[in-house]
Design a protein around this ligand. Sequence first.
Ligand SMILES: *Cc1c(COP(=O)(O)O)cnc(C)c1O
Length: 219
Amino acid sequence: MENIRENVKRLLSEIPSYVEVVAAAKGRTVDEIAQAIDAGITIIGHNYLQEALLSIAHIGHTARWHFIGHLQKNKVKHSVPNFDMIETVDSLELAQQIEKHASNHNKIMDIFIEINSGREQQKSGVFPENAYKLIEEIKDLPHLKIMGLMTMGKITDDLQEIRECFRETKMLFDEIKAKNIPGVEMKHLSMGMSDSYKIAIEQGANMIRIGTMIFGLRP
Ligand SMILES: *Cc1c(COP(=O)(O)O)cnc(C)c1O
């Protein structure tokens, strides 16, 4: 039995206070998620819509809910009213779908642009060099608000390669921020997981997504 409370306390005590933790809750029970919130977690991240909706129904908005998985277009309809943030927008089509449903709900949907910083062909996210074009295309959608960038980084054990992915994403974040694009707020930079959050913070992340280190190994 993992001690979720202790894990959360330890994690929160060792990171700078400006870094926000998204507890990545895929595969976790409502009870486990509630324990994490009780211990001080304020944001829950989820990859799977059905599972997330169940947890949200039980727990409600005592925490903020971030969608962090690959979002299929047919899942947008139910994601928009239930999530506070969609971290994984990587195409105009997806953005337009979100716009449509956010408009129906009279909601401004906060989103991050997902960056494929590892430049892995079959992975989700937009290549760094295409991020600016995507932002230009979607920045005027009235029910969407771009609030930052998210990246997974390369899936590898080579910490130097991971560091390079985070470094490049931070540079992109700073460049976009410096452009002061109306309606685009570069506030959050979401990168780093249990194995890489220290590198991510070193490279400028102010949001990290942590599953295993909080909840233990996935069942
Ligand atoms: C599962 C997941 C995480 C957390 O991974 P851990 O290695 O368990 O910390 C972070 N981001 C995304 C998108 C995930 O799916």
